[in-house]
Write a protein that binds this ligand. Structure first.
Ligand code: P53
Length: 480
């Protein structure tokens, strides 16, 4: 029986990254152009531009990233030194299918991940793999309109099947779509493009397009779950949800209901992936809105038969929402308009509100709804690090953030009885920020010498947080 009073003995202490944010080698080994390869560098408060293909004279930070593609052996040795038990990354779809719609996979790409997984296993590090992390083939965008097209289900399922078969004895833990629910914010060009390869056309109803694209994704995810379990019944295949709890701004019942609708709007993806069916409110909303979506009875059967094994999620922050004076009956939640500043918590330089207890809240919320194991596959503090006169980064602010979150995570397990598989903090080796394309928005325990302008030696060095986290792992979280 499971001992619920402590973290599991086999708790997966790890670190998380994504292929496009660290590998570089964007044209090596036959890799194709991904959506991440056409996004320029932004800055704090400056959006990344999505260009029409790769244009000359632009700064595309993911092209080189931290060049893990050529440094992985030394890097994995460092990960082992850190004591990692798990390493979460993604398989770049474009290394396996450069255009996305080929029949035959690219052997050089498959071999790269074989070599990486072998290297991890050499040190007893378990790979945790996301199939699609903001890096779909750009060709699927230009030829098919991204996930607007039902055909993309087949391409994704083919990709998933090929890698499930190839790595069935090397990878046990999988997730289908990274932060599939970011696109609930349909005003964000970034979210629709990185989740779904969708660039909203003039006159297009972004909300309808999102619901259609996301539907094809949850169907593809459910098919992948079924196929994965056939290939290896031991596979654990999870959802991956960006959990940003939305609190009512006040105890006013209207704010309470606004927050309820906001949570429903951001997290229905998890309902479908974990419960195998659409929640009633959403089916009603989609009908009332007249979206006329392509959601078939066969699709509903697929969803019901492809429930995930666990809830993977990222947690960085919480937000608060307030009802308008004239809410429509739908209480429709619009992320870009309805969020208000929570005066009770601090925020990072990027405005991300720091709320450790929100992690415990989120874990209880997921547990009450889905009764599934959970896996915290991202958490962390983006900050500008300064190299001290002694040549080191003394990142006590990062340790503080992580310690407070791990404390709340432990309360959720030890006091509230949540079944937690592991904890893999984000960007434990500095990498390219997804949101801004910056290098200087750092999360790492391992410093990488490269700045926003792309300059630097790429040399790796240990920050103070490295030694702290190594000790946390060594004591299974007992000594923070
Ligand atoms: P960056 C928004 C909100 C929460 C998590 O983010 C998010 C985003 C998108 O920016 O993304 C996840 O790099 C994502 C990672 C990303 C990480 O959080 O913008 O899964 O790819 O790097 C941190 O600071």
């Amino acid at each position: 029986s499971v001992d619920m009073t402590k973290l599991r003995k086999d708790f997966l202490w790890g670190g998380a990254v994504a292929a496009h944010q660290l590998e570089g080698g964007w044209q090596d080994g036959g890799k194709g152009v991904s959506v991440a390869d056409v996004m320029t560098a932004g800055a704090n408060g400056v959006e990344r531009q999505i260009t029409d293909g790769v244009l000359p004279g632009q700064n595309y930070p993911n092209h080189e990233a931290i060049d893990f593609y050529h440094h992985y052996k030394d890097d994995v040795k460092l990960f082992a030194d850190l004591g990692l038990k798990a390493f979460r990354t993604s398989i770049a779809w474009t290394r396996i299918f450069p255009n996305g719609d080929e029949d035959e996979p690219n052997e050089a790409g498959l071999q790269f991940y074989d070599d990486l997984f072998d290297e991890l296993h050499k040190y007893g590090i378990e790979p945790v793999i996301t199939l699609s992390h903001f890096e779909m083939p750009y060709h699927l965008v230009t030829e098919y309109g991204g996930w607007r097209s039902r055909k993309v289900i087949d391409f994704f399922v083919h990709f998933a099947t090929v890698v499930f078969k190839r790595y069935k004895d090397k990878v046990k833990y999988w997730m289908t779509f990274n932060e599939i629910n970011n696109q609930a914010n349909t005003d964000a060009a970034f979210a629709l493009f990185t989740n779904s390869g969708v660039k909203v056309e003039p006159g297009e109803d972004a909300e309808r397009t999102m619901y259609q694209a996301a539907h094809y994704e949850v169907v593809a995810s459910a098919l992948a779950v079924q196929i994965g379990h056939q290939i290896n019944p031991d596979f654990q295949i999870g959802a991956m949800i960006a959990m940003v709890p939305l609190y009512p701004a006040s105890p006013n019942p209207r704010d309470i209901f606004k927050a309820e609708r906001a949570m429903q709007t951001r997290y229905w993806f998890a309902d479908v992936q974990a419960n195998g069916a659409y929640p009633a409110w959403l089916t009603q909303y989609q009908a009332d809105a007249g979206f006329d979506l392509d959601i078939t009875l066969a699709d509903r059967d697929v969803l019901a038969a492809g429930k995930v094994d666990y809830i993977g999620f990222s947690y960085y922050m919480s937000n608060a929402v307030k009802a308008k004076d004239d809410e429509p009956d739908s209480y429709k939640y619009e992320e870009s308009k309805d969020i208000v500043r929570n005066p009770t918590v601090e925020a990072s330089e990027w405005g991300w509100q720091i709320d450790p207890q929100g992690l415990r809240y989120a874990m209880n919320w997921f547990n009450d709804r889905f009764h599934l194991p959970q896996f915290i596959v991202e958490n962390g503090f983006g900050a500008i690090d300064k190299i001290d006169a002694d040549g080191h980064v003394h990142d006590d602010y990062r340790v503080d953030y992580l310690r407070q979150h791990i404390e709340q995570m432990k309360l959720a397990v030890e006091v509230d009885g949540v079944d937690l598989m592991g904890y893999t903090p984000w960007g434990f080796i500095d990498l390219v920020s997804a949101g801004t394309g910056q290098m200087d928005k750092r999360y790492g325990f391992i410093y990488v010498d490269k700045n926003d302008a792309g300059e630097g030696t790429l040399k790796r060095s240990k920050k103070d947080s490295f030694y702290w986290f190594r000790h946390v792992i060594a004591t299974n979280g007992e000594d923070l």
